[in-house]
Design a protein around this ligand. Sequence first.
Ligand SMILES: [Zn+2]
Length: 301
Amino acid sequence: MKTLIKLLIFFSLQSIEAKEIALTFDDSPRFAKGVLDGPTRAQNLISALKAANIEQVAFFTNSSFMDDEGTKRINSYIEAGHIIANHTHTHPDFNKTSLQNYIQDFDQAHDLLKNLPTFIKWFRFPYLREGNDLEKRDGMREHLKKNGYINAYITVDFSDWHLEHLYQKAHQDKKHIDLERLKKLYIDNALAAAEYYDEMAKKYLKRSPKHVMLLHETDLAAFFIQDMIEAFRKHGWTIISPQEAYTDDLLHFQFNDPLAYNPGRVSELAYQRGLPRQELWAPQTNTKEITKSFQEVITSP
Ligand SMILES: [Zn+2]
């Protein structure tokens, strides 16, 4: 009996301290006209993931970005064994798009992606905007269900797209960029955000779920992902596949009221259970703060 109790405590502690996270990249094949070109970014990203022993991540794809080069990029992700999923055709903002047009854009992407060998029926809402009124929100829920899709929610966000924007702008302006400092900022923000949402989960779900990190297919990801993964592991995190992440019970949670901007699945649940609105987003998603921190990455010539 004592052993059983000990085992039960062991397993429940394991779940509380699970710290598991999957990596997902949005907007793929994302525009690459800055520091790296598309093929170089893709190759760097693929080798970095391989070097870090990550077998599978997911690329949420906008099919209208698939010109000749973009298509090659997607194919290289497929060859490396990564998942391709639906992120709409043109990346529309659901807050500004009718349900009918949105569905059309979704269907167009589905038709263009459905025959790719590693395609899975997962949908990531662009900007995490899932419909700002009941008609749209329920209309898309219905459409996903009818087509056998899941809503590929996220739980961890650190506005990596904004850091990428600042980096590309600084590069364009011929500023001197301290890459080591930038790497530290990227990794510190990713880690702090993951810890923030995990603490929230432990408080409001009473457990550490299988997390899903929202990243974008960026040059910074290509440069830093291997070191970021190493830092996560050093801090007790395990990187899991997105397929494993979506076996979590979080998949079945549906928030009642339409949200103009979804803060992520853990935050939705915490919000429903009383977390104040201003705490739904990790401080690391605050673009003003990121811009401020980025100033220290720019060095004098
Ligand atoms: Zn997107």
